[in-house]
Write a protein that binds this ligand. Structure first.
Ligand code: ADP
Ligand code: MG
Length: 262
């Protein structure tokens, strides 16, 4: 008791700080008989960067997939910008949600047969109904933001892993999402490419993009996050501001994990 930050409700005025853009309340999810999430509470304020750290298999990716509506919890509530994601039934509502929530994975899976520019343009034009000229102008702004403007005509196969991941981040931004989920986006990269991708994410955080990051990069999480959550075996074991969570973890399991990760 007393280890976790209080989990304020989403009523206006119940907490200082930014309004929650994402909230999970007591989320439970099982695959068959296997309980994977055992009562998850997470909150991401508008404009915040929040990190989830924890051992492999502890449920981090599952949390992100619940937020996009890809998985439906058996119990609990998930809200994204006021929309009750856990209760969405119609496919049209889920598609609308996914336009608002960018998702970047470890595997960048760009469309290999499309140029870098076209990778960014296709969804806004075909799914978002954006006029092509406007989509192209926006795509070029985003490529500049991720420092890939010189490669707009290249194909994904001609790029390094770090470059592909930066394009994947720009592609997620092309839909003008309200928030972006990053799931271990540097884990598949050669070490020398990790920094360039983290720099891009840091820039986005500084621009005020709302970000929820699952990461093994502890120093990065400590640097950029407003709040860090530590998961183990489907539970949030500890949460708090990074200086406290990394500097003085209250829970022995958090301490052990951070020692191993160091
Ligand atoms: P993390 O991202 O923290 O490594 P995951 O959220 O991917 O963990 O997985 C949490 C647990 O759920 C793991 O034990 C994993 O094996 C299990 N799991 C994930 N997806 C499925 C699935 N589709 N079916 C059955 N078990 C799954
Ligand atoms: Mg994972």
């Amino acid at each position: 008791a007393g280890q976790r930050q209080s989990q304020p409700g989403s009523q206006p005025g119940s907490q200082p700080g930014p309004r929650p853009l994402v909230s999970l309340r007591d989320v439970h999810l099982a695959f068959g008989a296997t309980e994977v999430l055992k009562g998850i509470d997470v909150e991401v304020g508008q404009g915040q960067a929040v990190s989830i750290i924890g051992p492999s298999g502890s449920g981090k990716s599952t949390i992100l997939r619940c937020i996009t509506g890809l998985l439906r919890p058996q119990r609990g509530a998930i809200h994204v910008d006021g929309v009750a994601v856990h209760a969405l039934a119609a496919e049209a509502q889920l598609i609308a949600l996914r336009k608002q929530v960018g998702f970047v994975f470890q595997q960048y899976n760009l469309f290999p047969h499309l140029s870098v520019l076209e990778n960014l343009v296709i969804a806004p034009v075909r799914v978002g109904g954006v006029p092509r000229a406007r989509a192209i102008a926006h795509a070029r702004e985003l490529l500049a933001k991720v420092r890939m403007e010189h490669k707009e005509r290249a194909y994904p196969g001609e790029l390094s892993g770090g470059q592909q991941q930066r394009v994947a981040i720009a592609r997620a931004l092309a839909m003008r999402p309200k928030l972006i989920l990053f799931d271990e986006v540097t884990s598949a990269l050669d070490p020398e490419m990790v920094g360039e991708v983290l720099t891009v994410i840091r820039d986005l955080v500084e621009d005020g993009l709302t970000c929820l990051l699952v990461t093994h990069e502890m120093r990065f999480a400590e640097d950029v996050s407003d709040t860090v959550y530590f998961t183990e075996a489907g539970r949030i074991v500890e949460a708090g501001p990074p200086a406290r969570l990394f500097g003085a973890p209250a829970n022995p399991r958090t301490r052990a994990f951070l020692q191993r990760a160091a």
